[in-house]
Design a protein. Sequence first.
Lengths: 118, 147
Amino acid sequence: MKTPVLAQEHLKAYAATSKDFNPIHTNPAFAKDSPFGGVIVHGMLSMGVLGQFAEGLFDDFLVAELSVRFQKVVQLGTVLTCAANVIEQTDTAICADVTATNEQGEVVTAGRIVLKKY
Amino acid sequence: MSIYDAIGKKREPVYFDITEEAVRAFAESVFATNPIYFDKAAAQAKGFAHIVAPPTFPTSLRSLEPEWYENFDLLRFLHGEQQYTYNKRLVVGERIYCVEMVEAIYVKHGRSGPMTVSELVKKGYNMQDELLFTEKQKLIYLGEVLS
């Protein structure tokens, strides 16, 4: 699964729905003085994308656990690509590693999910 | 007030109604199309009472007081890690409450200098006091906050 090119409008929408109004995500004038030189994407947006992606992988299996590390800052204008690698699977649970990768092939957010059968 | 004063102290419970509008908007904002986040009938077909909230939805249930964050320069504040553990998934129509706590704050010395790490936990309960989910987050401040 790929996101659209992450633009300011997507970050504004995510700020509103997540109630994370840190201006480093929404205000270019504020963000230009940051160590990253401009607006960065909410780490939690990448996790949100991974969470819903993981939930669509297997019929009747939903997320019971999800943990991630935010490994790299995501710049505005990035397309994130999600991937999952199943580690263990039983009739009732699936454990997988998940990653969100930028167009340079760098893993920006990585973690592990446990899906349980519903 | 020092940021360290908050360590280990549970905050007052904060109540939230899980609304269809908030769940749908959140799901759209993470580019989800799975019908269980949008369509009651689809969620019911999977055994839920109503539309299911996406796994990271509890991030929107904010209760830690903004003043706590005022000790940090937001330009130097990074998100390190985040974790959700569910006993039960959240569904639309529920009323829940969250209890938030700062578990730990410590200074770490990395290659790029000192970092102040805050570990926060939020637990969500239904009105029968059953634990529904636990959210843990690790926030990293680039710099040393000693008070």
